[in-house]
Design a protein around this ligand. Structure first.
Ligand SMILES: [Zn+2]
Length: 70
């Protein structure tokens, strides 16, 4: 039961974060970083750091790297 409540809390937080990101329609500087992603490890790191951001360009760049990675 506690775990279920924790899940809901987590989900709500993410929902609020996504809503705020959508309303602002911009991203903090880290999300607009343009430095190249050169390894899968780096891509995973970036994705975990930006996973909660809706439409985050940095997250998308990392995801694209992994898709294109051999
Ligand atoms: Zn981000």
């Amino acid at each position: 039961m506690a775990a279920a409540l924790q899940n809901w809390g987590c989900r709500d937080h993410n929902l609020i974060q996504r809503t705020l990101d959508g309303l602002r329609d911009d991203h903090p500087p880290a999300c607009r970083a343009k430095d190249a992603i050169t390894t899968c490890a780096h891509a995973y790191m970036v994705m975990s750091a930006h996973a909660a951001h809706r439409g985050c360009p940095r997250y998308t760049a990392a995801a694209n790297y992994l898709v294109a990675a051999p």
